[in-house]
Each structure stands twice: as C-alpha cells, then as structure tokens.
Design a protein around this ligand. Structure first.
Ligand code: PEP
Ligand code: MG
Length: 855
C-alpha cells in the first residue's frame, strides 16, 4: 500500500463515497480537522485502511486515530454526533498502541442502533497531518471494505524548496516566511463593530482568513501594528469596540487580502452583532465567586473540606513542569518543537471533531488550534532555540511572554484569553517534556488549580499538600468527598483571578471560613499559627478519645460509623474509632481502570475490608455510577440530563451481569459481624423488588445465608413513601448529598450552587424526619451517610430528628464523636422541632450558630 512516498488507503467500510464538503457537519465539511472523504456505510466493521499504529481510540469508541508510514496521521470518525452515545453501539477490536495491518478489524458498530440515536452514519476518513501530507487521488462511486482504494496520500510539497533556515531574532512577530513586499496596499479606516472588541474569537477568524493569503498582512491601530496572521498579536493590539483599524498588506494578493479582511471586520468577524451582549454586560465568569471580599488579598469560596493550613501557593500547571534550559543541536530541537506541535494539533483536532453537539467545547478547542499555530509564539520559540535553548524551555518562555502580554490587557475578555494561551501552551509542553501529566508539589504547599479530579486529590495528599483550592467544583463532588476523608482542607468556587497568583506566595487557607488569605502580615500569620496550634491540640485530644463510644450527656448512644472506599480507609477508620462501616462506596474500585474488576477481584477487595473491620459491621453499596461518576469502559446511553438518567441501581437493569457479579462477590465475602447490601439511587418500589429478586436468585444459587437489604434514601420519592419502603426493606441509609440535589433541583457539583446546596435546608430535614418516623414505626434501622453527618454543626439537629447512627468521613470521626458527647439529646429534639419550622437553610444554620446551640 505504500509506494515510494505515497500511501494508498483502502476503504475501511463499504458504501457510497460522499465528498467531505457534503457532510452535514461544519467541522468536517469546512475541513477544520483536515481533508478527507466520507463513506455512507453499508457494512458495520471498520477496517484498518493501511498498516498503522493505533495512536488514539476515543473513550466513546466512535473515533480512532492511526499513525501510518511517512508520518501520515489518519482519523476515522464513525457517524455524526456519535460522541454523545458514549460508546453505546460500538465494540472496539483494538486498543491504543496496537499495531494493525491493512484490512484488520478496528471496531464494530450496530448501525441500527446508531441510526436511532445519531443524525447520520456518514463515516469520515480524515488526513490529520495536512501540514505534511496531501490527498493526491480520491476514489468516487462505491467503496468496498478492505478491497477498493479510497485515497492516495502523498507528501505536501513546500512552496519554497530552499533549505529550511532558522529565523532571526528580528523576525519574531512577523509571519513566516514573509513574502517579499512587491506592492503595498493600505485600507481606509475600518471600525471594529464587535461589542467586546477584537477578542479571541473574532481575532481567530481574522487571523485564519489572513493566513489564507500569501501576502504579508498587518493590522494598524493608533500607530501600533500587529501581524494579522497572529491571533495573539491581534489580541495584544487591545482593539476595543469602535477601535479604528487599518489593514496593510504587501506581496502577492495584497489588494485582494485587504478587501476581504476589511469586509470581514465590518461584518463582525463571525460574531452575531445583533445578539451580542451590550458593552455593559459582564464578562462571562469561568466559575463562581460566591461572595465578594473587601480585602483584595482575601479570596472567598465555599468550604468543601474543613481545616486551616498555612503555606506557599503552588499551582498545578503543566507550564510549571521541570525542563532543561539548554538544548541539543538546533536542528534537533527545532524538529522536536515541530513534532510536539504536530501531536498537539492532532490532539486538538480530535477534541474538536469529537465534541459532537457540545458546540462551545468545539469552539474553544478550535480557538486553541489557532493559538497553537500562532506565528508570533512559534517564531519566538524558534529564535530561542537558535540561541541554544531546548525546545521545551524555548516554547514555555514564548508562551509565557504572550501570556503576560495578554494578561496585562485592560479588556477583561482579552485578559481572560491569557489562560487559554497557557492552556494550549501547557498541552504542547506536555509533549515536549515527556507527556507526564502528574506534577509533583512540595510538601506543605497550598495547591491552587482550576479544577481537581479525585485522583489528583489523592496524589496531592500523598505528596503532602497542606491544602487545596480550586476555581471549579462543588462540595459534594467526589474530589471534595476524598479531601474530607483524607483530612485536607479544600476550598472550591474560588475566584478565577486567584490563578494569576505567583507561585510561592505565602497564603493562609482557612477552609472553615471558606477563604484564602494571600500575603498575610506577620501579625495575621501569628494569629493563624496560634489557631493552628490550638486546633492541632484539640485534634490530638479528640483522637485520644476516638475509640470510646459517643454518648450524649443525657445517655443516648449515637453510633459513629465510617464512609470508606478501600481497605486502607477501613484500617484508618478502625484506628480513629469507627464502630463499623456505614457506607462502602464500591464504585471507587471501578474507576481509573481499563476494564471492570472481576468477581474474584471484588471478593478479594471486600474480604480485605471485612478482615480489617474484624467484628464491626459492614454495609456494602452496589455500584453507583452514571451521573457525575461515568466509567470509561461501561457504555452508558447518551443523556440530556445524566443526573436524572441511567445511574445508580438503574445501571443494574442495563448491565445485569455487572450487578449480579457484584452481588455474588458480596455474598462470598465472610464478615464476622455480618454485612448488608445497600442499593443506591432507588426511586421506586419496582426497582427495589427487582433488585431483591436478583439478590435472592444469586443467594439461592450460591447457597449463601440471608443478607439484609437496604436502600439509600437519595430520591425524595423514597422519603415521601418511606412507610411503603419500610415494609419491604431491612434498613435505610439517608444519602443527603443526592437527597439535597434532587429535593432542591441543584446539581451537587455545580460551583455556583455549591453555597446553596445545603442539606440543612428545611425541606431536606422534613424528608429525613419522614424517613426516621417511618423506620421507627416499622422498627427498621436508619442511618445518615451523606456529608451532612460529618458536619459537626449539623449533628445536633440530626440527633434531634431521632437519628442514632451517623456514617461519616473517616477523618471527621473523632470530631463528630466529641461533638456528640457535648450534646443533650432532649435539647437537640427541641432544636430539630424548631429547625423543621424554619423557612430556609440559612435560618437553620443561624439557629445552630454558637450561642444558639443546645448544650
Ligand atoms: C449521598 O448521596 O449522600 C451519598 C452518600 O452517596 P454519594 O455521595 O456516593 O452519591
Ligand atoms: Mg448518592
């Protein structure tokens, strides 16, 4: 298939061949991703079009990227808008890194299913390496999978075949290579009509159009000029609404270029001027700034994990990766840079192509593609390489200087784009610096990031981070749950401006007060150190008493159990005084893997936990994924509202083998004090009955003894029908995280709603009350395992509602126990009665504030 320097691609599918321009998706039709050919498939097995290596298999399995001889990179994208199917209807036959031969099956798809769910089956075969390869021949008519030729790809001949030359410093900021000026053309004044001026998107449109002309083109504003082919240079002009520009061009096509660009600027550069917000409209904020502070050093957010920490700020930022300053041979470093840019380009193109209906996401990555190719940044980097720097160092410096220039802009929209430059710069740097995402942080630092994933929280805690701050994220996100269980203070919803803080600046994270204080004075530091010392002493006292039972002053025993996810958690829980495990979140064992754990894997994991607990009881919850907890290897249907769709127990109906194998693994576990099965996200009695039937079937088959079966009270319907449920369950566990989410219709991970997603809302308290009353009437056991149980301020009201079992994060156990010992259950009941009559969560919190609390 590969003759001298051309590569022939076989048709990966049978079916009529369709020109790429006719594909009903602008991303493909406009060749944003690259040139190619589409096939309307009549077969359902996608074959490799040539010998190649699988460089990427999208998690949704609808798109695959291959790297073939001669540096040809090909992407095959099955169907239109199929990313949203999240793998449903697709079966992969290969994995990333596999070497495949022409004609080998890559993946299979269920055409009937796809046609029901996606607008079209048209499958695009795209050449991603358009900078170096070009389609020299294309087939027409009907393709035959694995037999007929679809296209021939050859090397793109350079316009100028003279030897590549390193740029000179004086070329930095100019387009590369600038054609000789023959005739200069300057436009009349053209006024920027865009309400936010020449911000990123219109600048990208202008730069892209300018790049399609051979002419050397610049844009002038008030005596300054910018390379029209550089989106960064255009943004740096700072052209606001009404700015008066001139387009200047020289070289071939100069006049045509000026005419076209003037017309484009006048028309708004692709922005819908009628729909654009007025000049007074606020810049779109990236995330919540929940409350404002008068002190510019004080950044307010929402407390996701309590605590106090003092330390230097450390930002998780790929641009901060350690790189060698000095490079090897200039040619080698230049080639390294080109290769990294090429890989980044392919990665971004894939992200655009696989964004499906997420138009905003596609636009952001398209803008990143333009920034990546920015001649200003690339030339700066090349100049530094010629001066002896390594490609990684040179690239980082070039990105950082563009970043700093943009961040200085007074127009907030332009300044906000500085972060995009960092983002795309960091993406390329990862390819230059070895592709390692995981950046080590110094022990004792306060980590500031745009967002943190659950695995990052675990890694950072392991590295000794003293505290965490993120701009995005909610208080009941899994990252927050882990931070609480690990005892690391965590502030979410911090203002995005915090990301501009220089690394190393001293700060105090007072997560209890939901604030981060930058540059504290010596007096402030002394005060915080004093508080920290007092907290540590109090904590030591609480831990010393942790193994004692928690009994209120008037003699009511409240069992304090632990919420855990692993055997390590179980051991820590025992050390910190757990009377058992009230919630084993089994899903965490299913994350961060390529395939589901086997039944034997699961049994071993549950057994290790049961052994660690000894004679303490264990509640094992069946898999709770979907919603905010997707699994890469488990195809779930595309959802418009994932939190209201197939999640929790509903997945058991869709994937019965997974539920059955988990139930068998639980039944095989030997727990001396017995173990119980807990079902997540139950909304109706039918779901409970079906799960009970399956459990009973597996139990009888295995000949195991009876196990108790309970439901999470997470959906209001269960609390409302608690009487009926109580007749059919052995126990209840109230999951206030989801119960609050579904009662208040507030996404639990939404940063802007984090401050209002409060389980002490009287509506939620009434549902807890209804559940506890119903359980009591039927003599059913009831506990609370949502995050509210770990909130020492909330304990009084929960006890007052009659709850005698709290399952809390491991770290919170000693403090919750000590809080219980300070309370009087009788007074708590009065407090709870008053709380049920309150109108808002704020009023309930006020009732619980110091001074108002029952003692
Ligand atoms: C809850 O929803 O309160 C709960 C404990 O479950 P999870 O946080 O795992 O969804
Ligand atoms: Mg839940």
């Amino acid at each position: 298939m590969h003759s001298s320097d051309t590569l022939t691609l076989l048709a990966p599918l049978s079916g009529p061949i369709v020109p790429i321009e006719s594909v009903p998706d602008a991303v493909f039709a406009d060749k944003v991703v690259g040139d190619g050919i589409s096939i309307d498939p009549t077969t359902q097995t996608l074959l490799a079009p040539c010998d190649a290596t699988v460089t990427q298999l999208h998690a949704a399995r609808h798109a695959i990227t291959l790297s073939a001889a001669g540096g040809v990179e090909i992407m095959i994208h099955v169907g239109i808008d199929t990313v949203g199917l999240k793998g449903e209807g697709f079966t992969a036959r290969v994995k990333q890194g596999d070497k495949v031969s022409a004609g080998q099956a890559l993946l299979e798809f269920d055409a009937d299913h796809l046609l029901h769910k996606a607008p079209s089956l048209l499958t695009q075969v795209i050449v991603l390496s358009g900078e170096t390869s070009v389609i020299v021949e294309r087939a027409r008519g009907t393709a035959r999978a694995g037999v007929s030729h679809l296209m021939t790809v050859g090397p793109r001949r350079k316009a100028r075949e003279d030897a590549p030359r390193a740029p000179s410093a004086s070329e930095a900021g100019a387009s590369r290579p600038p054609p000789r000026a023959t005739v200069g053309v300057t436009s009349a004044v053209v006024v920027v009509p865009n309400p936010h001026g020449l911000h990123a998107r219109p600048a990208a449109v202008l730069a892209n159009e300018a790049k399609s002309f051979a002419a050397d083109i610049s844009v002038e504003l008030a005596g300054r000029n910018a390379n029209a082919k550089s989106v960064v240079a255009l943004m740096n002009l700072g052209a606001g609404p009404g700015a008066e520009l001139r387009i200047v061009a020289s070289g071939s096509e100069a006049a045509r270029a000026v005419g076209r660009l003037v017309e484009l600027v006048r028309s708004g550069l692709g922005e819908d001027l009628s729909a654009a917000p007025g000049p007074d409209a606020p810049a779109p904020a990236k995330a919540a700034a929940p409350r404002a502070s008068d002190d510019p050093r004080r950044f307010l957010g929402v407390s996701a994990a309590p605590g106090l920490a003092i330390g230097p700020v450390c930002k998780i930022d790929p641009l901060a990766a350690a790189v060698e300053e000095h490079g090897d041979d200039t040619e080698v470093e230049l080639a390294r840079l080109q290769k990294a840019l090429m890989h980044t380009r392919i990665e971004l193109k894939q992200l655009v192509a696989t964004s499906g209906k997420r138009v905003e996401q596609a636009q952001i990555f398209s803008a990143h593609l333009t920034m990546l190719d920015d001649p200003e940044i690339i030339t700066r980097a090349e100049v530094a390489i010629v001066e002896g720097k390594s490609a990684a160092f040179a690239w980082r410096e070039a990105v950082m200087s563009s970043y700093r220039e943009l961040a200085r802009q007074s127009n907030p929209l332009l300044a906000a784009r500085a972060n995009d430059v960092r983002d795309v710069g960091g993406r390329a740097l990862r390819h230059l610096a070895g592709g390692d995402d995981a950046q080590a942080v110094p022990a004792g630092s306060l980590v500031v990031a745009e967002t943190l994933t659950p695995s990052e929280v675990v890694r950072l805690e392991g590295q000794g981070a003293a505290g965490l701050v993120s701009v995005l994220g909610g208080t009941t996100s899994h990252a927050a749950i882990l931070a609480r269980s690990l005892g690391v203070p965590y502030l979410v919803g911090a203002p995005a401006s915090l990301l501009a803080t220089p690394a190393g600046a001293t700060a105090v994270l007072d997560a209890d007060a939901a604030a981060l204080l930058l540059h504290p004075t010596e007096a402030e530091l002394d005060a915080y150190r004093g508080r920290l010392g007092a907290r540590q002493a109090l904590r030591a006292k609480q831990e010393a008493a942790a193994s004692e039972r928690a009994v209120t002053r008037d003699g009511v025993h409240v069992a304090v159990l632990a919420n855990i996810a692993s055997a390590a958690d179980a051991r820590k829980a025992v050390r910190l005084g757990a009377e058992g495990v009230g919630l084993l979140r089994t899903e965490l064992m299913f994350f961060d893997r390529e395939t589901a754990p086997t039944e034997a894997d699961q049994t071993a994991a549950y057994q290790e936990i049961a052994d660690a607990l000894g004679d303490r009881p264990l509640v094992i919850r069946t898999l709770d994924v979907g919603g905010d907890k997707p699994l890469s290897y488990m195809p779930l249907p595309a959802e418009d509202n994932p939190l209201l769709g197939i999640r929790g127990l509903r997945i058991g109906a869709l994937h019965p083998t997974i539920l059955r194998s988990q139930l068998r693994a639980i039944l095989k576990t030997r727990a001396p004090a017995g173990h119980r099965v807990l079902l997540p996200m139950v909304a109706s009695l039918e779901e409970l009955r079906e799960a009970r039937r399956v459990l009973e079937e597996e139990r009888q088959r295995a000949g195991s003894p009876k196990v108790e079966l309970g439901v999470m009270v997470e959906v209001p319907s269960v609390a409302i029908q608690a009487d009926q449920f109580a007749a059919e369950v052995d126990f209840f566990s109230i999951g206030t995280n989801d119960l609050t989410q579904y009662t208040l219709a507030m996404d639990r991970t939404h940063p802007r709603l984090a401050g209002r997603h409060d389980a002490l809302h009287p509506a939620v308290l009434r549902l807890i009350d209804a559940t506890v009353q119903a359980a009591r009437r039927r003599e059913r056991h009831v506990g609370i395992c949502g995050a509210v149980a770990s909130d020492p301020d909330a304990v009084a009201v929960l006890i007052g509602l009659g709850v005698t079992e709290l399952s809390v994060s491991v770290q919170a156990m000693p403090e919750v126990k000590s809080k219980i010992r300070e309370l009087d259950a009788g007074k708590c009941r009065e407090l709870a009665r008053a709380a049920l009559e309150m109108g808002t969560a704020g009023e309930v919190r006020a009732l619980l504030s110091p001074g108002a609390r029952p003692g």
